[in-house]
Design a protein around this ligand. Sequence first.
Ligand code: GLY
Length: 400
Amino acid sequence: MVTPENQSERVVRVPLGERSYDVVVGAGLLMGLGPRLAQVAGRGGRAFLVADSGVPVESLDVSAASLQHAGFAVTRAVITPSERDKSLTTVETLLGRVARSRHERGEPIVALGGGVVCDIAGFAAAIYRRGVPVVQCPTTLLAMVDASVGGKTGVNLEVSASGATSDDHLKKNMVGVFHQPSLVVCDVNLLGSLPHDELLSGMAECVKHGLIGADWGDPGLLEWTRKSIQRAMSLDSEALVELVARNVAIKAAVVGEDEREQGATGRGRMALNAGHTVGHAIETMHCRAVYADGATGPPGLKHGQAVGLGLIAEIACAERLGVARAGLAREVAGLLASIGLPVKAAGMPPAKKIAEAMLDDKKTSGGRIRLAVPTGDGHCRVVEAPSSQALTAAIEAIRA
Ligand code: GLY
């Protein structure tokens, strides 16, 4: 549910009974972070502020000053937002600093950063003294519409038979717990300093939400996205507030219905994985993004690029199986291209190798691939164990 509070601010409630919380979306919200935190955590006491090293120092200063004016004693820590640093070692170091600040139960940890920082700070908050409140202040579009909402926290784990260190052995989000935030504050002004690629990465998740919007109370979201994406890309504040609020509302509705990802159908949290089974598989394969005009990116795909390509491929697979409307994959590719996201990938390994990597996906059950696929009418369905011909055709649909 999205409710207007004032012209430039929307509040979305995540409906989880006594653990329900607000996601506030607006421009310039960090200036008022302290009073908002005081409303959910009480005035005074300590606040431990964990920031992403990529966040402009002014944003960190504004947040800390607002917390101090509201009576909080603030301790700051800055962490590097890389997948390799998203580790138990980083969490242990952070917990040591939290403990040294004499942080007590009931006192909040505040995360200011992208998805990696949201996940690390949330995990530290979940396990410090068996749980302290966490407040998420996401600084990227991706973190605003996904990682900061829904309570998934955790780190990656290095799993290798030989003990050798390599990114190939990094199992993403292998260790973690559900710990819902007490409050999420999305200040869209932060998106102004975000690298363009990062903004695009978040847009792919917005397209995904648009494709399943009818299932979660917003059947017009895809059409609105089509019409308004350029305004949002040019950082029009009103368009960004609407984009973030409507996408958060989708996430909130999904989480409210299936908090712990127990639903095995397209009507649960699994629906949020549309595009991610192929996406995760190709994200680490050092392929190059290929754009609609034929331009090619550097080796390696960003998460959003991989998810966009994953959407095209998975929908192509569903089309072949008669689950998705014919022509949908081409339409989605057109929308992604109009945003500036790639529509193909160069340098991909053979389809068989990608299918093997897809078996690592968390939705895999008993060695059978499961895809959550948009059907073309705003809904999502699960495709169980697609045939190798359908999978191969899907992967070939995005091969440059
Ligand atoms: N990012 C998927 C989820 O939160 O369930």
